[in-house]
Design a protein around this ligand. Structure first.
Ligand code: ITT
Length: 201
């Protein structure tokens, strides 16, 4: 009798379903130790983010890119959730204004001198099989505060206004290694990496 499981091969290629270069850099580092070839999604393959939650949008992006490329795909949907703004910009973080500088400016303007500055970065990760079904998904959260003006030049997006009391620095003032260990994306990858290893090695 043929043993069909012996015919199965371990997938070695994972399409990164994002067009955000900041995310790509961070995701590459989390998966650097895996014997896994990462491939960027085709530039013209855009997925409309119609979900109401980070997790729903991560699943949508991973699933659509996997189906279009017929390969395993990983997606990240993330954003900044500000308590005093009723959770805004949230899932609309990338669309809160036309440029990153204007996005930061809008958050600071809306907060004004409100002393309630608590905020969280949230990151949902999803991995889809080539047929679009979701194999893995999880969420990571990093708690911090919104400063009154930007500080630092590292990272991307809202990093210059996101302050970590434990480090007494913003995400844009800490090293990429420290950000990787503390961030929302770091928390999510910490949960997912053992499961990613189980599938891909
Ligand atoms: P893809 O959908 O192509 O992955 P995107 O940038 O549009 O790229 P999202 O819809 O998930 O991705 O929006 C995430 C936004 O949240 C991102 O553009 C930043 O503004 C912000 N963000 C997420 N993670 C961040 C981080 O680690 N540091 C700073 N800002 C972050």
């Amino acid at each position: 009798m043929t043993n069909f499981t012996s015919l199965e091969t371990t997938p070695k290629l994972l399409v990164v379903a994002t067009g955000n270069p900041g995310k790509v850099l961070e995701m590459q580092e989390y998966m650097a130790d895996l014997e896994l070839q990462l491939q960027l999604k085709p530039k013209d393959l855009e997925v409309e983010e119609t979900g109401k939650t980070f997790l729903a949008n991560a699943c949508l992006k991973a699933s659509e890119v996997a189906k279009a490329t017929k390969k395993w795909a990983i997606a990240d949907d993330s954003g900044l959730v500000v308590n005093a703004l009723d959770g805004r910009p949230g899932i609309y973080s990338a669309r809160y204004a036309p440029t990153v500088a204007e996005q930061i400016e809008r958050v600071l303007r809306e907060l004004g001198d409100n002393p309630e500055r608590l905020a969280q970065f949230v990151c949902a990760l999803a991995i889809a099989r080539p047929d679009g079904t979701i194999a893995l998904k999880t969420e990571g959260i990093c708690h911090g505060e919104i400063l009154y003006s930007p500080r630092g030049n590292c990272g991307f997006g809202y990093d210059p206004i996101f302050y970590l009391p434990s480090q007494k620095k913003t995400f844009a003032e800490i090293s990429p290694e420290t950000k990787r260990s503390l961030s929302h994306r770091g928390q999510a990858f910490q949960i997912l990496l053992p499961q990613i290893k189980a599938i891909f090695t």
